[in-house]
Write a protein that binds this ligand. Structure first.
Ligand SMILES: *Cc1c(COP(=O)(O)O)cnc(C)c1O
Length: 359
């Protein structure tokens, strides 16, 4: 049995060494005679796993001490509700940038709790670029500004952070840990784990402590950030096994040299694939050059009647999950941290051969 190259947008590839370590420790963690899956989350063994993971995550992201890190369930989608419920703080409006399908979903959910001021939208141009910050119409009376630094479906990414006089909230589900960010620029960062952190079932929230404690009166207990922060994410049973695997991924990233080293590799991987697509008339990527994602690379074939043949043959060649999102069609290669450079090389070789045979 051999492992193939997995370009899935999520749940996504994990580092092979992490999976091997999890396998080694599956039945008996650290000679304790039981699996991490079977441990009480309040045992000193699990608490040590949890604390080490948080410590390493803080070190990787250089998270200042006036921020809480929460290990939650519910996915990034649950944060679409939790953000307004916790951050409106007596205000009736929130600013949202609409740069893709995930922004849209966040806006739709926030609209149930407040008036959403859409500061900018690229929807009429198929979400193919990020509108420049000068054109954004920020409402200064709104409680916060929400945006999506990497749109997983459209493959557009911000390489800058909006600077405003209110908390900035970022859905970093598909870009977190791919390169360094300045946490101080944000009031709140959230990310579902299944793209660049670990297995699904875990959602990480980084929140500035002075934003805690302002939830609306009817906010469900499990959506209140202060409840989780006060309890060290153990107010109820946390997603313990996913938390443990995330810890192994953090260790893997540290061994690799941290996020600056990861960024060098990620830029190299993405650049290779974009260069190939741009130089070959058979393929095209629709995203503006300056806003192209390092993590999710959508591309179309010049003749879309060949799509199903491309997908069938790529799978036979050991390249999995290249089908584009149902809302955009075409192909998408998600090349998160754990997708090795050889996978990108193999994809390019396959694409080259396919274009020569079918072009
Ligand atoms: C995948 C994704 C989501 C949804 O995540 P769930 O954990 O499935 O709720 C939200 N936002 C972005 C940017 C994503 O990539």
């Amino acid at each position: 049995m051999s492992r193939l190259f997995n370009f899935c947008a999520g749940p996504a590839a994990l580092p092979e060494s992490v999976l091997k370590q999890a396998q080694d420790e599956l039945l008996d963690w650290n000679c304790k005679g039981l699996s991490v899956m079977e441990m009480s989350h309040r045992s000193k063994e699990f608490v040590s796993i949890a604390e080490k993971a948080e410590e390493d995550f803080r070190e990787l992201m250089k998270i200042p001490t006036d921020y809480s890190v929460l290990f939650l369930q519910g996915g990034a989608t649950q944060q679409f509700s939790a953000v307004p419920l916790n951050l409106l703080n007596g205000k009736k409006k929130a600013n949202y940038a609409n740069t893709g399908q995930w922004s849209k979903k966040a806006i739709k959910e926030a609209s149930r709790y407040c008036e959403v001021n859409v500061v900018t939208s690229s929807e009429d141009q198929n979400f193919s670029f990020i509108p420049s910050f000068e054109s954004w119409e920020i409402d200064s009376k709104a409680a916060y500004l929400h945006y999506t630094p990497n749109e997983t479906i459209g493959g557009v990414e911000f390489f800058w952070v909006p600077k405003v006089d209110m908390p900035v909230v970022a859905d970093m589900s598909s870009t977190i840990l791919s390169r360094p960010v300045e946490v101080n620029d944000f009031g709140l960062i959230y990310a579902g784990a299944q793209k660049n952190i670990g297995p699904s079932g875990l959602t990480i929230v980084i929140i500035k402590k002075d934003l805690l404690g302002a939830s609306l009166g009817f906010t469900p207990l499990m959506l209140d950030y202060k409840v989780h922060s006060d309890a060290g994410s153990m107010s109820n049973t946390p997603p313990a096994y996913s938390w443990y695997i995330a810890g192994l991924v953090f260790q893997w990233l540290k061994d690799l040299g941290g996020l600056s080293s990861m960024e060098v590799i990620n830029r190299r991987k993405a650049q290779k694939l974009y260069n190939f697509i741009d130089e070959n008339d058979f393929y095209a990527n629709p995203v503006a050059l300056s806003d192209r994602s390092l993590m999710n690379i959508p591309f179309i074939l010049s003749d879309n009647s060949l799509d199903s043949k491309f997908l069938k043959q790529s799978e036979e060649a050991g390249l999995l999950n290249l089908k584009g999102h149902r809302s955009v069609g075409g192909m998408r290669a998600s090349i998160y941290n754990a997708v090795p450079e050889e996978a990108v090389d193999a994809l390019i070789n396959f694409m080259k051969d396919f274009s020569l045979t079918n072009g």
